[in-house]
Design a protein around this ligand. Sequence first.
Ligand SMILES: Cc1cc2nc3c(=O)[nH]c(=O)nc-3n(C[C@H](O)[C@H](O)[C@H](O)COP(=O)(O)OP(=O)(O)OC[C@H]3O[C@@H](n4cnc5c(N)ncnc54)[C@H](O)[C@@H]3O)c2cc1C
Ligand code: SF4
Length: 467
Amino acid sequence: MDFDAIILGSGAGGGIAAYQLASRGWNVLLIERGSFVNDGNASRPVSSGLDQQSYLVNGSYRKLTVGYGLGGGTEVYGAVLMRPHEVDFTPGRHYPNLLPKAEWDWPVSFGEMRPYYEQVENLFGITPFQTQTELPVGQAAPINEHLHRAWKCNGIASGILPLAIQRKSCLDCADCPGFLCPNGSRLGTQHLIERAIRSHELKVWSGFQVLQISKKGENVLLQNVRTSEQQTVKARILVVSLGAMQSPALFLRSGWEDSSGLLGRRYMYHAGGVVAGCFLNQTQAGEMFVKQLGSDQFYLGSPQSNNEKWGVIQSLPTPRLLPSFIRNRTYLMMATVEDMPQACNRITIDRNGNPVLQHRFHSFDLKRSKDAVRTLKRLLRMGGAFSTIGLTADRNKTHVGHQVGTMCFGENSKTSVLDPYCRPHGTERMFVLDGSFMPTSLGVGPALTIMANALRVTDWICKQYEK
Ligand SMILES: Cc1cc2nc3c(=O)[nH]c(=O)nc-3n(C[C@H](O)[C@H](O)[C@H](O)COP(=O)(O)OP(=O)(O)OC[C@H]3O[C@@H](n4cnc5c(N)ncnc54)[C@H](O)[C@@H]3O)c2cc1C
Ligand code: SF4
């Protein structure tokens, strides 16, 4: 069978690349290890849509919170599609003496990415985040209206997050996200893949594990997950998009030679901080969807934190394990803290070719995570919390949902793995379009940027190569 392009992995990057190439008339094959996930089956176990394999992380085996199935991470994600700040593309300016320029320089600017952010926002029916003087009537849970007012009185601006959720059909589940949406209200890339299957030349092979690729990416070795049968497919254009852990692992087990020595290195996943506030009055966080409120007031730091850059802050759902009496008197917030790209944080492979992760946050990440936790506590007390409990970044090594880095792009083959169009340096027709390409982790969730970058590169592929 001949295809114009083969896409490996159907998450944020792969799903968008497949949609875009197919809608431009390309004959595309999309390969995914999992299956169709968002089929409206409300009785699935909570774990479906998440990878159930355990991986070696800092010497012990753990399950990691990453997507598995058509749509990848975007079928279980929080659907907050935030644009990064312009300075996220030159973040080292905020870390004087800590990061050499070669490690933080993005080879594209915010201005070059802007049209692609707009296109993704249109596909998902959202508008960019803005702080609001008044929240739109009927859109926010009462606790969010209360916090918005309390913060406003204290000079802190907030607004409704840009959520790729169809409000009309949304069931207002209190613990969303982290599991498959029961009725498809939460939009990931699967809805675009389904659209491209119906109206364009997109073929999907689900239930196929990608084992290896050849040196120039023209041959791909696959294994049928059910029968263990192996087969090879041939690609004219190959897009690798298995996520920031699995893509470098694929290149490593394929014996890839990388002149920068950075393949698999600089794994990042945000040094967040999480705080739970306890309230005397009901927050209703155990009964309704409260993950709606965000603020970019501390994006570039605050005077209390020496103006050291972190990122956006936002509300979170309360864990479903807690009794409802407690959930309904609790409210959770998190801060996204951009973590440092450190070469020692890396993916290698074990003798079976499975990824192995070694990771430690930089002391500067932990310092900012502590600052962020202190600030979140202050914000929750402003809103009436009588007690607060905070967790800094080093307390959870399994929620790596925001994983990026590991195959960073750049102009120079000595300091980056991919070129500015996300091809491994020295290759012609092979592209890596998942979160691996990012040289730094941004102050927002990565999904919108991964999708916008996939649109930018596939747009270029369409112009460059005749199908
Ligand atoms: C619980 C949770 C909440 C999140 N919330 C947000 C949010 O609100 N906002 C935000 O911006 N980001 C969020 N994220 C992160 C976001 O989902 C990811 O950044 C994004 O999906 C990553 O895209 P990707 O293309 O790099 O990889 P993925 O989306 O992970 O896609 C990789 C795909 O490749 C497949 N695959 C892997 N290995 C193989 C193989 N060997 N063979 C075949 N297929 C393979 C996987 O099954 C998967 O489908 C969240 C993530 C999680 C887990
Ligand atoms: S809250 Fe809405 S988007 Fe989230 S799982 Fe429930 S129905 Fe889906």
